[in-house]
Design a protein around this ligand. Structure first.
Ligand code: 1CP
Length: 352
């Protein structure tokens, strides 16, 4: 049993006393206590691969703020790493793979055999976090979407436009489809492993899918997202599923029919309009522009109020940012946002 079940209730579109809030990248470089652990550990990957450290970092934001959920501290790129691509983080440059996928042969050689064993450090982190939380709030496990992972695996690292990955989809459509199929299976198994280890909610991050032309998004993103939801539901009909995507404004109606309980929105979508479009088929999570946290408290309060008004206390809204907390944010501003959501949403839920 979970003492604070606001997130679970909102995802099921049940009434709550106030709107639940958690933040993407709530554990991260904006927190001095995170930077201290990172300095000791030496690197992001060293932290993520050590279950005790990952557990400690997941809990850091919850010690500071009355958040309604914890999220596993890890990264979406642990799956390609476990598939043999050799992940490392170059200082100040973001993720890099030692062995990116550059041709058909490299894709044919990939295998998901033994994936769970190679990612057992993640399962162990989930078990530790779950034990430390002791039922106070739910724990969110997560993975990257197959299309977003394929972007990084072909490109070899971060990119503004993932042009190499997009070119590959045109040049080698069959190999690209084969890669997505393998990643769909790997992602389903990885999420189910986190569920078995104790994750209460599972979330998929599709950060880059909508960089592709609509024809390719439809061909590659939608079927893999649907297959993952179906695969998880088959093994575990109850677990709440969240799908976050950037740039998904044009796709909301279709995404609402893929089998997820909630859609996470970036800030380019109007929340009230999104709610009208998806109706009561899914809950919505989001979508404060993270830049508001760089403005001033008056702006934070006004924008929070505006977003809460889109639901006016009706069930089915999880407050979040439209993307992760950026490293330059003042933690006090994050605390102020969380206070605003509690203070401004409670009367709306009481009245609704
Ligand atoms: O200390 C550091 O510099 C590491 C920064 C960092 C952190 C804190 C990275 C490297 N990953 C993470 C954690 C992380 N990544 C979480 C933890 C849980 C949380 O608190 O939310 C999650 C859910 C992710 C997911 C992730 N990683 C995504 C999807 C969501 C998104 O942000 O769009 C993506 C695209 C990544 C790749 C990645 N990992 C790290 C960085 C800096 C990036 C982005 C690289 C790029 O811009 O392409």
């Amino acid at each position: 049993m979970i003492a604070n079940d606001r997130l679970l209730r909102a995802l099921r579109r049940q009434p709550v006393d106030r709107t639940p809030i958690w933040l993407m990248r709530q554990a991260g470089r904006y927190l001095p206590e995170y930077r201290a652990v990172r300095a000791r550990a030496g690197s992001f990957l060293a932290m993520a691969k050590d279950p005790a450290t990952a557990c400690e970092i997941s809990l850091q934001p919850l010690r500071r703020f009355p958040l309604d959920a914890a999220i596993l501290f890890s990264d979406i790129l642990t799956v390609p790493d476990a598939l043999g691509l050799g992940l490392h983080f170059a200082e100040g440059e973001g993720p890099r793979f030692a062995r990116p996928l550059r041709d058909r042969e490299a894709i044919s050689a990939l295998t998901a055999d033994g994936l769970e064993e190679r990612l057992s450090y993640v399962a162990e982190a989930v078990r530790l976090i779950r034990r430390e939380l002791a039922g106070r709030v739910p724990l969110i496990g997560f993975a990257g979407s197959p299309l977003t992972l394929a972007c990084y695996m072909i490109e070899g690292g971060s990119s503004a436009d993932f042009a190499l990955a997009r070119a590959f989809a045109f040049a080698e459509p069959e190999a690209f489809a084969e890669l997505l199929q393998l990643l769909t299976e790997a992602t389903t198994r990885y999420l189910l492993m986190q569920r078995r280890a104790g994750a209460d909610v599972l979330m998929l991050f599709d950060t880059w899918g909508t960089l592709f032309p609509p024809r390719l998004y439809r061909a590659f993103a939608l079927p893999s997202l649907r297959a993952i939801a179906a695969g998880i539901r088959q093994a575990d009909p109850e677990v709440p599923l969240i799908l976050f995507g950037r740039g998904t404004g044009p796709w909301l109606e279709e995404l609402a029919g893929l089998g997820y309980d909630a859609l996470g929105l970036d800030w380019t979508v109007d929340l009230a309009e999104a709610r009208r479009r998806v109706g009561d088929r899914v809950a919505l999570q989001g979508n404060l522009d993270p830049a508001v946290l760089l403005a001033d408290p008056a702006a934070i309060e006004a924008e929070t109020e505006r977003l809460l008004t889109a639901y006016a206390g009706a069930p089915g809204h999880v407050f979040n940012l439209g993307h992760g907390v950026s490293p330059g944010i003042d933690p006090d501003r994050v605390g102020f946002l969380i206070d605003c959501v509690a203070r401004l949403s409670a009367p709306l839920h009481e009245a609704a």
